[in-house]
Structure formats: structure tokens, C-alpha cells
Design a protein around this ligand. Structure first.
Ligand SMILES: [Zn+2]
Length: 165
């Protein structure tokens, strides 16, 4: 039950563990990512993604995460309508309603959501740009790391860790 600063710090901590872990992978495996870990912008981007997904689960309540994602969704929806993608706009609107159906710490705070919500990151590159697949799998990992940190601090992974806030 950390506040948004606690969740950002949690996401940074878990993502750091993942980045350090990934940097220990054998050289051949790292080479498949095009040497992405020698690229500080990519590592910074991983932290950005991890922090976003560290805030995401609280989209189901009045929170910083809700402010960020609803503002981004609103702007994206305007762009979609403006560009004539009305069907995509309708689906985005439908998806945007799902977190506020049900109670706070409902499905957005479940372990399956931690794995499924970031999945479009990988699926989009798998379907359209499979050359980007190694990079997007790492980005997916950063998203899951951030999501995991949120559930951990909310006491959803183990009852022994729960941060009041
Ligand atoms: Zn939460």
C-alpha cells in the first residue's frame, strides 16, 4: 500500500535487479539483443517502462497512475479520432473502462494481469516487426518487473511484505 513514490522506488529497485541479472547473461545471448545493454538510452527506457508499470495497477483508483494513463489515453483517443481510426478509438475507450469496473485492488492487482497486461509490447513486435523481438522481450521484462514491484509492495505476492503508505 505504498504511495506512488514508494511504487516508483520499488520499480527502480526491482528493475535494477533485473538489469544487473540480465547483464550477467552469456555474451552470445546479449549479442542477440544487438548489444542493447551498452546503450544507456535503452537502459534508461527500461527504467521508464518499469516505473510506468509500477504505477499502472493503481489505475483502478484515484492515483498518479490513473492521472498519467487516463491523460495519455485521452490524448491518444483524440489522435485516433482525428486520424479517422474510429474502430481503434472505440476499442481504446472500451479497454479504458475495464480497470474501473469492480473494486480497487481487483483484477489490476492480480498475478495473471502482471503477465498479460504488458503482453501487447511483445505481440505487436511479433506480428509486425520481428526483428525487434529480442528488444521487446527485454522491455516486456522491465514492464513485468515494475508490475511485480507494485504487487509486492501491496502485499499481493507474499503476505510477509506489505508497505504501509
Ligand atoms: Zn496498488
Amino acid at each position: 500500500m505504498a504511495n506512488y513514490k514508494g511504487h516508483l522506488a520499488g520499480a527502480v529497485a526491482v528493475n535494477t535487479a533485473c538489469v544487473l541479472g540480465a547483464s550477467l547473461l552469456p555474451g552470445e545471448l546479449l549479442a542477440q539483443t544487438g548489444g542493447l545493454f551498452s546503450n544507456w538510452q535503452f537502459v534508461a527506457f527500461l527504467y521508464f517502462i518499469s516505473m510506468l508499470f509500477g504505477l499502472w495497477p493503481d489505475i483502478d483508483t484515484n492515483s498518479k497512475g490513473q492521472d498519467i494513463f487516463f491523460t495519455a489515453g485521452f490524448v491518444l483517443n483524440i489522435v485516433l479520432i482525428w486520424q479517422g481510426y474510429l474502430e481503434a478509438s472505440a476499442y481504446l475507450g472500451l479497454l479504458a473502462m475495464t480497470p474501473i469496473i469492480g473494486k480497487h485492488r481487483g483484477w489490476t492487482h492480480s498475478k495473471w494481469a502482471m503477465l498479460v497486461v504488458p503482453l501487447p509490447i511483445v505481440l505487436v513486435s511479433y506480428l509486425y516487426r520481428d526483428a525487434l523481438l529480442p528488444a521487446t522481450v527485454i522491455i516486456y521484462g522491465a514492464a513485468v518487473a515494475g508490475y511485480f514491484s507494485h504487487l509486492l509492495l501491496d502485499g499481493r505476492i507474499t503476505k510477509y511484505v506489505r508497505v504501509k503508505g
